[in-house]
Design a protein around this ligand. Structure first.
Ligand code: 13P
Length: 334
């Protein structure tokens, strides 16, 4: 696959008014989401729930792609159609989470590093055969008085860059995701500084590993105070700080930037994205790749009555896609 092919996939992922739905929860993470609303974590429930989301009428009007988990990319609809086939038919680009999650970084209490590079070349080749066109790897950066260490930042961006190079070799667009975690009592200024350090190191690492930015998407957290910080920030403040840090660290050749929701409410995640696009234009499209902020309302509805609420849950996820699609254009009216 040529760089032009990767570039056109990346551009389609951030087409105007469109964003990504992240449904790549690992079996353990979906267990937490299901348990919170009283759903049993069986393979059939996971399959049925992902089918509900992927077949929601009208979803593809505002959704360009979906990130799947290893189990999900192998699953089919109740009628036997592979999810990836259905997605391509509906114009939704299949993506796949390929990291194996964060583990404690030895020698640096409180810091974590994401694993999953061993054997990645072979796994990527299989995912391409299964229909994936982009991949995702998430690095987790914790904030506390002692974290993150510069060693943790370096270890995580090195892995992100190695992963991105392998993706491009395999013909997949790498979505590189450094997530600065919202837990803690840190201020918005501290969040800004950590994002700045992480993004500077990340783009250095991508350059060192010969990653072509034109065929890469950045997925990142917003610059936001810690959940337990006494001073929370206004929507405009978050938007302004996030855009400022991105402009000072992210090359304009990148085709697009998408955000994770990271524990924000549905309303906050949409309002922040809308406010950022409102103060544009920016060098790149700014859109969404939300997991919880796309799904949580629909999941709650479905959990109350899987049969009776099926259609309503589908409408709910499609409505969240529409709201976030409008926010990606700066046209959401609250
Ligand atoms: P949230 O939007 O729920 O943070 O999930 C997005 C994601 O893919 C995190 O890796």
């Amino acid at each position: 696959m040529s760089i032009e092919d990767l570039e056109s996939i990346a551009q389609a992922m951030v087409a105007p008014g469109k964003g990504i739905i992240a449904i790549d929860e690992s079996t353990n993470t979906i267990k937490k989401r299901f348990e919170a609303v009283g759903i049993e974590n069986t393979e059939e429930n996971r399959r049925a729930y992902r089918e509900l989301l992927l077949t929601a009428p009208g979803l593809s009007e505002h959704i360009s792609g979906a990130i799947l988990f290893d189990e999900t990319i192998r699953q089919k609809t109740r009628d036997g159609v592979p999810f990836t086939e259905l997605m391509k038919k509906n114009g939704i680009i299949p993506g796949i989470k390929v990291d194996k999650g964060p583990v404690p970084l030895a020698g640096f209490p409180g810091d974590v590093v994401t694993e999953g590079l061993d054997g990645l070349r072979d796994r990527l080749a299989e995912y391409v055969k299964l229909g994936a066109q982009f991949a995702k790897w998430r690095a987790v950066i914790n904030i506390s008085d002692e974290n993150p260490s510069s060693t943790a930042i370096e270890a995580n961006v090195h892995a992100l860059a190695r992963y991105a190079a392998l993706c491009q070799e395999a013909g997949l667009v790498p979505m590189v995701e450094p997530e600065v975690i919202m837990d803690g009592d840190h201020t918005i200024e501290v969040s800004y500084e950590v994002h700045e350090a992480v993004l500077r190191s990340l783009f250095n690492a991508l350059y060192e590993q010969n990653v072509m930015l034109e065929g890469t998407i950045l997925k990142v957290s917003m610059v936001i105070p810690g959940k337990n910080c006494d001073e929370q920030a206004e929507v405009e403040e978050v938007a302004e700080a996030t855009v400022r840090v991105l402009k000072s660290t992210v090359p304009a050749s990148l085709p697009g930037i998408v955000f994770l929701s990271g524990g924000q409410t549905d309303e906050q995640s949409t309002a922040h994205l809308n406010a950022m696009n409102h103060i544009g234009p920016h060098p790149w499209p700014l859109s969404f790749s939300y997991g919880r902020a796309m799904q949580q309302a629909a999941l709650k509805l479905w959990s109350k009555d899987m049969k009776a609420n099926y259609a309503e849950a589908q409408k709910t996820v499609a409505a969240r896609a529409k709201e976030n699609g409008l926010a990606a254009l700066g046209q959401w009216n609250g």
